[in-house]
Design a protein. Structure first.
Length: 90
């Protein structure tokens, strides 16, 4: 994946595309606090869980975003969540 977050991260007006991870989160693996606003996550691939985002006991807020063409071999084509997840206008 492109990003491994265990802290407090805000992503704004960004594109995160064409990434690959072996186990968790093709684009982002999160176990911290993650805010994504007005961004695009597309064409990310993971072998197991969370094509775009894997949230492992973290807190994710997604607003005004597009998640498309993400793929997971096991679960969560776009998002695999075992924490707190809020999605608005996406």
């Amino acid at each position: 994946g492109a990003i491994y977050n265990t802290g407090d991260l805000t992503i704004y007006n960004s594109s995160i595309n064409n990434n690959h991870a072996q186990e968790y989160g093709g684009a982002i693996y999160n176990s911290g606090v993650l805010t994504i606003d007005n961004s695009i996550l597309s064409n990310n691939i993971v072998t197991f869980w969370g094509g775009a985002i894997s949230n492992f006991y973290g807190n994710v807020t997604i607003t005004n975003c597009t998640l498309n063409n993400n793929n997971a071999g096991d679960s969560g084509g776009a998002i695999w969540n075992s924490g707190t997840l809020t999605i608005t206008d996406s």
